[in-house]
Ligand binder design. Structure first.
Ligand code: 13P
Length: 342
């Protein structure tokens, strides 16, 4: 696989004001979300839910790529058509989560290290054969008293860089996701400082591991106050802090930036992305897009509730959120767009 093909794929992932749909929840995470709504936690329920998402009419209008989980990339529609075929027929690029989860980090209480490098070269080759053209690896960084530690940041950045190098070797675009979590009472300023340090460390490691920045996508958190911080900044303040931090820490050669939603509501995630694109339109060296899971899926999941009869209404809700986020990329999202259902 040549560098050129990687650059073409990365470019297609953020082209035409589209973005990514993350539907790569691991089985335990997907089951937890089902359990909260009383949906059975079975392989068939997970398959039916993913079929609902992937057969949403018009999904490819606003979504350029979907991130799948190992179970999902091997599944089919009820009529036997493979999910990968459904995705590519819709003009969407299939992607795959390849880390094996964030585990407790030895010697670092309350911190996590993401695992999955062992055997990764072989797993990437298999996923490429199955049609995946990009991959995702998520590191999680927790803010609390005395953490994150330097050891946690460096170990996770190193793993992200080794994963990214293996992806490019396999012809797959790495989505590099260092997530600074929203949980806690920290301020926006503290999130800014931690996010900047994490990104600086990640890009230093990507350089050392010879990752081609033009053929990768960064998936960061927005710079936000903690969920229970008493001071919650405005949408514009969040946009300014987030883009300010990224401009300092992310090289201009990076193909695109796609945000995770991290537990924000769908509306707030769209509004903040929109503000960034409005306020910094002419000053951005990279595309600023989205790769949301909860901020796109949550309303649809709640409507579906595991009932076949609710599929069309759930698909309409999913389509609506994808449209709102495409509008946010253009800087055209507002209350009217939010209210208008098509
Ligand atoms: P959320 O948008 O729900 O944070 O999920 C994005 C994701 O892919 C997490 O790894």
């Amino acid at each position: 696989m040549s560098s050129k093909e990687l650059i073409v794929t990365a470019g297609a992932m953020v082209a035409e004001h589209k973005g990514l749909l993350a539907m790569d929840e691991s089985n335990p995470t997907c089951n937890k979300r089902f359990a909260r709504l009383g949906i059975p936690q079975t392989e068939e329920a997970r398959r039916a839910y993913r079929e609902l998402i992937l057969t949403t009419p018009g999904l490819g209008e606003c979504i350029s790529g979907v991130i799948l989980y190992d179970e999902t990339i091997r599944q089919q529609k009820k009529d036997g058509t493979s999910f990968v075929k459904v995705i590519t027929d819709a003009g969407i690029i299939p992607g795959i989560k390849v880390d094996t989860g964030a585990k407790d980090m030895a010697g670092h209480p309350a911190e996590k290290i993401t695992e999955g490098l062992d055997g990764l070269r072989d797993r990437l080759a298999e996923y490429f054969q199955m049609g995946a053209r990009f991959a995702k690896w998520r590191a999680v960084i927790t803010i609390a008293d005395g953490i994150p530690s330097r050891g946690c940041i460096e170990a996770n950045a190193h793993a992200l860089a080794r994963y990214a190098a293996l992806c490019q070797e396999a012809g797959m675009v790495p989505v590099v996701e260092p997530e600074v979590l929203m949980d806690g009472g920290h301020t926006l300023d503290r999130c800014y400082d931690v996010t900047e340090e994490v990104l600086q460390t990640v890009f230093s490691q990507l350089y050392i591991q010879r990752v081609m920045l033009e053929g990768m996508i960064l998936k960061p958190n927005m710079v936000l106050p903690g969920l229970i911080c008493p001071t919650q900044e405005t949408v514009d303040e969040v946009a300014d802090a987030t883009v300010g931090c990224l401009l300092r820490a992310v090289p201009a050669a990076v193909c695109g930036i796609v945000f995770l939603s991290g537990g924000q509501s769908g509306e707030l995630a769209s509004a903040r992305l929109n503000a960034m694109n409005v306020r910094f339109k002419s000053r951005l060296p990279w595309a600023l897009a989205f790769s949301f899971a909860r901020a796109i899926q949550q309303p649809a999941l709640e409507i579906w509730h595991g009932e076949e009869a609710n599929v069309p209404a759930a698909q309409q809700a999913l389509y609506h959120r994808t449209k709102c986020n495409r509008a946010a990329r253009r800087g055209e999202y507002n209350a009217t767009v939010e209210r208008t259902r098509t």
